[in-house]
Design a protein around this ligand. Sequence first.
Ligand SMILES: Cc1ncc(COP(=O)(O)O)c(C=O)c1O
Length: 435
Amino acid sequence: MMILDPPHQHHSPQEHDGEHKDEKHEEFGERIRQDFPILQARVKNKPLIYLDSAATSQKPRQVIEALKKYYEEYNANVHRGIYALSEKATMAYEHARFIIARFINAEQHEIIFTKGTTESLNLLAYSLSKQLKKGDNIVLTQMEHHSNLVPWQQLAKESKRDGKDIEVRFIKITGDGRLDMGHARQCIDDSTKIVSVTHMSNVLGTINPVQELASLAHEHGALLVVDAAQSVPHMKIDVKELGCDFLAFSGHKLFGPTGIGVLYGRKELLAKLPPFLYGGDMIHEVRFEDSTFADAPNKFEAGTPNMAGAIGLAKAVEYLQQIGMENITEYEQELTAYALHRLQEMEGITVYGPPDAAARGGVISFTIAGIHPHDVAQLLDRDGICVRGGHHCAMPLMGVLGIAGSVRASLSMYNTKEDIGLLIAAIHKAQKMFS
Ligand SMILES: Cc1ncc(COP(=O)(O)O)c(C=O)c1O
């Protein structure tokens, strides 16, 4: 593992010199890039400029090597083999749980491995639905990804058939893409049982006030669920500090493998939740007539888990911890401010979400007057630039913004100002083509 010098640890006499600071920041991104083999690739004979990390992140060599080592040296099923290889795989799998728990300041048994954020949220919606009664409501926001909307919406639809009539309410957003906290206070009342919000919007980049929402939810006896799919890769997450009851994220957005994700839940709550999937590895005792279930987290991990995925994700977490989440946030904030500034000074560009980089992450959605987002994405691809164009799995939010879709450039710690410069140049080119 290369040891990276965090941007703020190079104090020198010139530390207040803007130019020097710029150099240090550039160096930070450049050095991280070296760990990501794919970033050396060429697309259409141009260097790859990857600006779609909100969809999935690229993987450092350390993670790729950990996966290879697992398959080459100790692949075996976990929790069942009474032989050394299986014991080694089990220990590595459970150690991965420990590393991930510590990363978000949770306890090991509060970490459930899932396929990703989507499965984590579906698990919750299914299991929590058993605790809801007639007249209860669930509060979401207008900026949710479909995976934190459709499961609750379908739960509510189903509840109508059972005569429970669960209502789903949506906290509105303000003109600059923040949560309207006045409206949040109107939506959350004593019949609210669940408040489920995204920590960072995958369209607007907005970072929501989770602590305030947790207090508000708890004042009314409701649970707070956090969709942290977009925030976990970019900032330090402490579930105790956030005050949340559940938190979900995906490994593939956190520089880990695909097919692995996490659901954190407070242990008292997990103890009371019924399982989501039934089968092997999640039981205590099975008889023909009935079964009893294991304690959490096993209760929620039916079947053979994604061992390699968990081990790879733990390696990604260790990699991030060596860099330091604070250093990543600091670097990305400057990069985001730069990108926002460059886009905002262009003609014909509308940028969505908070204009201020401190209130948001590096997910930057914009539209270009007269050019469809899909056309923009295709044109940029000709220059080796990967951005996403479309509704970003947030169709209701597109309606609120009054657009059919947007172009989304999403930044990560391995991006540089040079990447942004190339993005801006490619947008200029697209504008010229369509003028
Ligand atoms: C905010 C947010 N929530 C949930 C998801 C779903 O994540 P996954 O597809 O990894 O389950 C995404 C993916 O883009 C997201 O951005």
